[in-house]
Design a protein around this ligand. Sequence first.
Ligand SMILES: Cc1cc2nc3c(=O)[nH]c(=O)nc-3n(C[C@H](O)[C@H](O)[C@H](O)COP(=O)(O)O)c2cc1C
Length: 231
Amino acid sequence: MQALTFIDRRAETASAPHVTALDGNMSETGLTTGDFTQENEPFSLFGTWLKEAQDAEINDPNALALATVDADGLPDVRMVLLKDFDQRGFVFYTNFESQKGQEILGSMKAAMCFHWKTLRRQVRVRGPVEIVSNEEADEYYKTRARGSRIGAWASKQSRPLESRFALEKAVAEYTLKYAIGEIPRPDHWSGFRIKPTSIEFWKDGAFRLHDRIEFRRDEAEGDWNKVRMYP
Ligand SMILES: Cc1cc2nc3c(=O)[nH]c(=O)nc-3n(C[C@H](O)[C@H](O)[C@H](O)COP(=O)(O)O)c2cc1C
């Protein structure tokens, strides 16, 4: 097997002749929170990091890897977009008949991982899942582009599609069906909220001596305990 080699822009990388003063500064990018391990509450810290990611990342700062398990306990992971977060948890939207939808409805548990490459930061979230209220889902659905609302009807997400044409035909049919007036939200399209029992913040450190703190609690609404961990 051939080893893969990648450019490592970290300033301390001995074998990186391309390293410049700029590379050295890059590891300082966005460290406006100072020593984040002093924070006592995860949601405001997450908000600060997400805001800094919005300023730093080129695309999709709200993208996250969503992990689920199937009925056999086999893990599954894919990207989704965070659409809301507050003290109650982290919300994303999807088709409940999709693979992820079925896996979450089966376990009502999930995990998320954000990776902000430019900032060299990671946040991990785990916990039980609840379905957002119909009012909340409707409110978000209305903000989506008309084409995306049609798409929610036309796509039987994660099920076999015989041809691209079949999808385009379904889009055309629903466009005609909802040509006038509001496009209702499909019952099978809504949001899940992960109610965290664990949120871990990770920041890149020199020589892989990264900073990690995890906020943990037994219940999704309980008080947080903060634990610093070896990198
Ligand atoms: C950056 C990115 C963001 C995505 N956001 C969503 C999303 O918010 N909701 C969604 O259902 N799929 C989203 N997808 C598509 C999913 O990754 C996935 O392909 C699809 O939902 C089917 O997943 P499943 O078969 O595990 O259900 C996104 C993909 C990418 C690459």
